[in-house]
Design a protein around this ligand. Structure first.
Ligand code: PEP
Ligand code: MN
Length: 348
């Protein structure tokens, strides 16, 4: 349930409400908006029902609202304004559309440095690259692991671009966080609840991908694990669903963008690359995602995709990405937004 405080609620009254919730053995989550402060109350339903009448009678409380959806902290009801996830100088969820680009996997020093320079020059504001790769086959390239993380940090140093990289297992989290600015929870791990809890406790920026067979409600409940552990810095990412047609690798669910944005205050990104499977479909899907209101894109760009160790066919060449960015800017402007600019002052 949500406790909506009066605009004139004093700090003492607010503290008394928080205290009463804690005394009942429930966990309060404070959300301070521009116009309103609300407190989300999470815990056993019966206890909440008993507490409800008490809270309604307290000074400083305007009303107490029951949240009907199974997800609570991620819902728009709980927080009317969109969450802005800060990643270094980048703001995901603000008025500007954030372009994150880079190779599927980090493969070598030259490869990641070239990719980082190229995507920055084209207009990306964050670098992506996998060091721990979730591969369908155990015989495929599994990523450079810590060496890959080190190279990502070097690419950040060279370009000023914050980096996002996947963490596949809770045991890798500490290591990944030594190097990364944002961790990606991949589509295959969206319902790895142990990992979600650990990343929730770490309170680092998280890019949570929707599973290829996950409903929007399941996706929001996965995000709820992160917020319930105290991590509000979560961005969702649509990357395509399992479907019956094989012309694309996954079926990009564009409708997930407006629907998730309606149901939740978390920013919503789109990864057109994993969905497309082939580079020729990436630009139209990317443009569609921005037109639908996506808060950002995650695009795979490789300096030499023919030689890529993973996802070669879907990775754009730097020149193709450079051609796409101005189109995305025009689409963003057509829907009342713009592309986020590269961090000022960072060397290219
Ligand atoms: C990736 O980003 O390279 C990746 C493996 O993504 P997903 O988890 O969406 O398949
Ligand atoms: Mn990939």
């Amino acid at each position: 349930m949500i406790v909506v405080l009066h605009p004139q609620c004093t700090p003492d009254q607010q503290e008394a409400v928080l205290q009463r919730i804690r005394e009942a053995g429930l966990v309060p989550h404070l959300s301070q908006g521009v116009l309103r402060t609300v407190i989300g109350v999470i815990g056993d339903d019966r206890t909440k029902e008993q507490l409800r009448t008490m809270l309604e009678a307290m000074d400083g409380v305007e009303r107490v609202v029951k949240v009907l959806q199974p997800y609570k902290l991620v819902s728009r009801e709980f927080q009317p304004h969109t969450t802005v996830v800060p990643v270094g100088p980048v703001r995901i969820g603000g008025p500007e559309v954030v372009l994150i680009a880079g190779p599927c996997s980090v493969e070598s020093r030259d490869q990641i440095l070239q990719a980082a320079q190229a995507v920055k020059q084209a207009g990306a504001v964050m670098l992506r690259g996998g060091a721990f790769k979730p591969r369908t086959s155990p015989y495929s390239f599994q990523g450079l692991e810590e060496e890959g993380l080190r190279l990502l940090a070097e690419a950040r140093q060279a370009t000023g671009l914050p980096v996002v990289t996947e963490v596949m297992d809770a045991r890798q989290l500490e290591l990944v966080l030594r190097y990364a600015d944002m961790v990606q929870i991949g589509a295959r791990n969206m319902q790895n609840y142990t990992l979600l809890r650990e990343v929730g406790r770490a309170r680092c920026p998280v890019l949570l991908k929707r599973g290829p067979a996950a409903t929007l409600e399941e996706t929001l409940l996965a995000a709820e694990y992160l917020l319930a552990e105290g991590n509000p810095h979560v961005a969702l990412c649509e990357r395509g669903l399992r479907s019956f047609d094989n012309h694309t690798r996954f079926l990009l669910d564009i409708s997930a963008v407006p629907v998730l944005q309606r149901l939740s205050h978390l920013p919503v990104l789109v990864d057109p690359s994993q969905a497309a499977g082939k580079r020729q479909w990436v630009p139209p899907l990317a443009r569609a995602a921005v037109a639908a209101g996506a808060d950002g894109l995650l695009v795979e760009v490789h300096p030499d995709p023919e030689r890529a160790l993973s996802d070669g066919p879907q990775q754009l060449r730097p020149a193709e990405f450079a051609e796409l960015v101005p189109q995305l800017r025009r689409v963003a402007q057509a829907v009342g937004r713009d592309l986020a600019a590269t961090a000022a002052g960072a060397p290219v």
